[in-house]
Design a protein around this ligand. Structure first.
Ligand code: ADP
Ligand code: MG
Length: 240
């Protein structure tokens, strides 16, 4: 579903992604972790071309996404993105946040989009919040709306960039639970997170990044029990 082939990216002279090779199959759940500034956000932002790359190739669902002929709007419809800071539209209700893109981008009928939106609000367990505005919700609820908004486009891939890092501790699990459900349903997911309990429970693979390099790629069991690299061991000793 996602292939990185010798992907390199620079921010002026900072070599932020160095020769990244990666293959993610349909239905796989991959967790990306590593110290701050290691390139995790940049890596996943490249998957829906929020960031361009300078060298190498990224293939998403068979499309070379840096080919000028690739339709970016359609690509982004296939690839949902959930940010640390929710990024909901503050002047729209919860339901309007969810139905906007299906109507505008997918050309879905408004009523149909609203039915789908209500279904998704049930799925993320806040069906009674549909007519509220984002500022009236808790952080955990806002993040669940953001996930529902991503799902409303019926994406093939969902990307998460530290989706629980801005939340108060008591709200983290309600968001992780939604992500676990998605994982169990077979969604292809790439999650940047430091929630190692989540990684252990649902990841098929864990990737550890440091300094723009993919240092280690391992199953959760091996990653925690028997990390290959010293840098991984050092990182784990700090966060576990
Ligand atoms: P992480 O998500 O692992 O914390 P990022 O991918 O956000 O790391 O950033 C990797 C490096 O690239 C950091 O040194 C960061 O300061 C730098 N960086 C990120 N975004 C930009 C940008 N738009 N312009 C210049 N440098 C950036
Ligand atoms: Mg980041």
């Amino acid at each position: 579903m996602i292939q990185f082939r010798r992907v390199n990216k620079w921010y002026s002279d900072l070599h932020v992604l160095q020769d990244i090779n990666l293959d993610i199959a349909e239905g796989e759940v991959v967790v990306v972790c590593g110290p701050s500034g290691s390139g995790k956000s940049t890596l996943i932002r490249c998957i829906n071309r929020l960031e361009p790359i300078q060298k190498g190739k990224i293939i998403v669902d068979g499309h070379d996404i840096n080919d000028p002929k690739t339709n970016l709007t359609l690509l982004r419809a296939e690839v949902g993105f959930v940010f640390q800071q929710f990024n909901l539209y503050p002047h729209m209700t919860v339901l309007e946040n969810i139905t906007l893109s299906p109507v505008l981008v997918r050309g879905m009928d408004k009523r149909e989009a609203e039915d789908l939106g209500m279904e998704l609000l049930v799925k993320v367990d806040i069906p009674d919040q549909a007519s509220k505005y984002p500022c009236q919700l808790s952080g955990g609820q806002q993040q669940r709306v953001a996930i529902a908004r991503g799902l409303a486009m019926q994406p093939k891939i969902m990307l998460f960039d530290e989706p629980t890092s801005a939340l108060d501790p008591e709200m983290i699990n309600e968001v992780l639970d939604v992500m676990k459900t998605l994982a169990r349903e077979g969604m292809t997911m790439v999650c940047v997170t430091h929630e190692m309990g989540f990684a252990r429970e649902v990841a098929d693979r864990i990737i550890f990044m440091d300094g723009g390099l993919m240092i280690e790629e391992n199953t959760p069991h091996e990653f925690f029990q028997n990390p290959k690299s010293e840098r991984t061991k050092d990182f784990l000793s700090k966060i576990l």
